[in-house]
Ligand binder design. Structure first.
Ligand code: MN
Length: 423
């Protein structure tokens, strides 16, 4: 049987070369259709969703009970472990191949199991057990450090020695398309003597990738590089919405709190680690050498093109304001997971790890408005007469990501969020 990542594979379903979802991808999500059935697990293929619950009920997927796909969340499937993830993906690939008649020639099953993407609602793909956000782009950390502490103290002394992170809120992680209410909080502009409470005036996004942890690790135990990698089920695009004014007043000494707690958006399709395998590469050289427990032997970065576009009210289409790549990250997702567990912290099925804002070396590769507008001093022009330093009510922000193969792409779809006025 050919490997599901084989670039030569074709599906009996037509998939355009620019589609995010060719047969080599097969990302998992949770959808509902117009049939009134409860949300269930599906796989994206071209402009369709393949209903895994229907296939399992028809005994087409062994190893997995149909109830697992009826759960309305990927967590029960993830709990089955990496071998089942891999074998299930191979079986789905086989069922969708142009030269495999089993589903292709079964009209009844095909009608039940293939739903046009236009007819589905996509839901949160998994139940978020815990959400941790990192700060692992050297370019982003340097830009922010230069703005707030000056060029000579841009990176904090600990930054080159470990992936810096904070524990965020799982309760407000939402799926693409969910409106984001402008947060309120304590604000104290530098010139004010005392803080006041009111709507955030410096609302920002952060372009990130999210790691979906698919296996647990026990409290008290560390992880090796190989163990950490095997626990990663897949990746999503993640927008870590940030209230810069709330954050600036509250963040010393314990880090971000309310400035980040009001919303985090993710893309609805989880692209598996296995589908990204052909796009692995080594990250930037790490100097000084990390401590022994953090050293990595493998190429743990991925070549994922990323685009951020912003549409203000009245604009017909979104304007791209950032184009960068996941490959620039200094600390890899595997190192983040190893470090996360290093104290003895237990990891859970459904944990979500934000990579940290992804900025590249060029000005056009800055992954937040804080950097793009250089702390509000350089507004970005979206259209004639429309400029932004931070986000305004009604603004819609779209992030997209994809790995470019030869004649196909492994895409993530998009994560969109529109800013709603404060209540
Ligand atoms: Mn962040």
């Amino acid at each position: 049987m050919p490997h599901p990542n084989d670039p030569k594979l074709r599906s009996f379903i037509d998939v355009a070369p620019t589609s995010d979802f060719p047969i080599q991808n097969l990302p998992y999500g949770v959808f509902s259709a117009k049939d009134g059935l409860a949300p269930r697990v599906g796989v994206a293929i071209g402009d369709h969703v393949l209903d895994l619950w229907q296939l399992a009920q028809d005994c087409r997927i062994d190893l997995v009970e149909p109830a697992v796909f009826a759960a309305g969340s990927l967590n029960p499937f993830m709990a089955l472990g990496p071998q089942v993830w891999s074998r299930t993906r191979a079986r789905i690939s086989e069922l969708l191949r142009h030269d495999h008649p089993e589903l292709r020639d079964n009209d009844k099953l095909r009608q039940r199991a293939l739903v046009p993407m236009a007819d589905v609602t996509l839901h949160m793909p998994f139940t978020v057990a815990g959400y941790t956000d990192f700060y692992s782009s050297r370019e982003h950390a340097t830009n922010v450090g230069v703005m707030f502490r000056g060029k000579d103290n841009a990176l904090q002394p600990n930054w080159l020695h470990m992936p810096i992170g904070y524990n965020g809120r799982a309760s407000t992680v939402v799926v693409s398309g969910t409106g984001i209410r402008r947060p309120r909080g304590q604000l104290k502009p530098p010139a004010a003597d005392l803080p006041s409470f009111g709507p955030c005036k410096r609302l920002d996004f952060e372009l990130e990738m999210g790691v979906v942890v698919g296996q647990a690790s026990p409290m008290g135990e560390m992880l090796t590089e190989a163990q950490a990698e095997a626990m990663i089920f897949g990746f999503v695009i993640l927008n870590d919405w940030s209230a810069r004014d709330i954050q600036q007043w509250e963040y010393v000494p314990l880090g971000p709190f309310q400035g980040k707690a009001f919303g985090t958006s993710i893309s609805p399709w989880v692209v598996t680690r296995e589908a990204l395998e052909p796009f692995r590469l080594h990250g930037p050289a790490q100097e000084p050498e990390p401590l022994a427990y953090l050293k990595q032997a493998s190429a743990n970065n991925y070549d994922v093109e990323l685009d951020v576009a912003l549409r203000a009210p009245g604009m017909n289409e979104a304007k791209s304001i950032c184009r960068t790549n996941f490959k620039y990250m200094y600390w890899s997702s595997v190192q983040q997971l190893v470090h996360h567990a290093s104290s003895g912290c237990a990891m859970n099925i459904g944990d979500l790890l934000g990579s940290g804002t992804i900025s590249g070396p060029e000005k056009s590769q800055r992954g937040s408005l804080l950097e793009i507008s250089w702390n509000g001093s350089e507004p970005v022009e979206l259209a004639a007469g429309v400029k932004r330093t931070f986000l305004e009510d009604g603004d819609s922000l779209v992030m997209r990501g994809w790995c470019q193969g030869d004649g196909y792409r492994i895409g993530f779809g998009e994560v969109e969020g529109t800013i709603l006025a404060a209540e």
